[in-house]
Design a binder for this molecule. Sequence first.
Ligand code: ADP
Ligand code: MG
Length: 260
Amino acid sequence: MTTSAGTAVGRVRIAGVQKNFGEVTVLKGIDLVIEPGEVTVILGPSGSGKSTLLRTINHLEKLDQGSIDIDGELIGYRQRGQTLHELPEREVLRQRTRIGMVFQNFNLFPHLTVLENIVEAPIAALKQSKAQATARAVELLERVGLADRADAYPRQLSGGQQQRVAIARALALDPKVLLFDEPTSALDPELVTEVLDVIKDLARGGRTMIIVSHEIGFAREVADRIVFMDAGLVIDQGSPEHLFGPDAHPRAKAFLAKVL
Ligand code: ADP
Ligand code: MG
């Protein structure tokens, strides 16, 4: 994605990130740079820290060590001298408006219609007018193939439709970076494709996307880069050709052999 001035935005820099839960270190020093517009798929066994890493990017998890910045702006912290101080909650909320997240279980507001789900944040956080937010929401619903369901409630939709609404909702804030945490894991198999097709369509749009997924065929097709994590570390990363090729790290190969 580029700004009106033509500068590419959405560079995510993860430097030396560590995260502990109690005595357990679940991220053991993650270094990654994701370039503007790059589509990165994170693969790895259950419990390897994939969700935790995604959650640190929008400061849903605080870091114990290291830093994350997007286009040079530290997420969740302000640096004074050598020390990082946590930002006040309203600053974190402002940062989150530029980081979209799509969860496994959709997380739509059950008491709001599809349209209301999408316009809520642009109106509340970006101070858009209702007319402006609605016009954009209608466009986004068309993009995800749900123009005719604007007035439905989430419970009246299939899981695949709910996830497509969740994607439209994330896009409504025009985020620099879009994070997906296993967006199809909670879906019945016949509903997976409709959601992956929407994500594939977005992947062509030049927005930075980081996707945790076990859909290997999808990963191979959509990813500019695949990152393989195991036990809180990035074990290997590179193009799909590399990760699925003979030179991949043995642990990545062993994992892929099991899930393919
Ligand atoms: P993945 O998404 O790769 O399956 P997670 O990031 O969810 O892995 O979890 C990594 C490890 O951190 C797991 O051992 C998990 O049990 C632990 N963990 C995750 N969230 C919490 C939490 N809020 N409190 C304690 N442990 C957690
Ligand atoms: Mg997870």
